[in-house]
Ligand binder design. Structure first.
Ligand code: FE2
Ligand code: FE2
Length: 167
């Protein structure tokens, strides 16, 4: 692919991905304000942006067979755990940006778990087997991820058991 088109697709993929996510958040907020139709509009647009992001990723050659996708996913999580969040958290602390620091610390804790799970999944996929995986629970408040059973209290944010979503 020509360099400029590739850079443009990458920028468009980033923009559409962010719009997809933002509209989901905006939809929930509109719902809370009782603006049901605005919420519905945000959800529809969010879904549409998801299709655009998906098509851009495919055009970039970024959607492959699962064994390859797991390698990409693991690489991303490892980068976040080993380089990105430690550096970002240090800056946030230095600058006394408390909310940013908390948000990043919470992500950091979950990414560590994601990295471990992806590493296991990659090994199984390489052996041409599906992952041996019990239920996974994710904290609705902070995103902490745990396999097996949900804890009585989230070890990261303190949310109760009832706030864990099962996958
Ligand atoms: Fe992650
Ligand atoms: Fe949590």
């Amino acid at each position: 692919m020509k360099e400029m088109t590739k850079a443009n697709l990458q920028a468009a993929f980033a923009g559409e991905s962010q719009a997809h996510m933002k509209y989901m958040v905006f939809a929930d907020l509109a719902e809370r304000e009782g603006l049901t139709n605005v919420a519905r509009l945000f959800r529809a647009a969010s879904f549409s942006e998801q299709m655009h992001a998906t098509a851009h990723l495919r055009a970039l050659g970024g959607a492959n067979v699962t064994v390859k996708n797991l390698e990409v996913a693991l690489g991303g999580e490892n980068f976040e755990v080993e380089e990105m969040y430690p550096a970002y958290m240090a800056v946030a602390k230095l600058q006394e940006e408390k909310q940013a620091a908390t948000s990043m610390e919470r992500a950091f804790e979950a990414e560590k778990v994601h990295a471990k799970l992806y590493a296991r999944a990659k090994e199984s996929a390489e052996a041409k087997k599906d992952l041996d995986l019990p239920a996974i629970f994710v904290c609705e408040v902070c995103g902490y991820t745990v396999e097996g059973a949900a804890p009585d209290k989230c070890p990261i944010c303190g949310a109760p058991l009832t706030r864990f979503r099962k996958f």
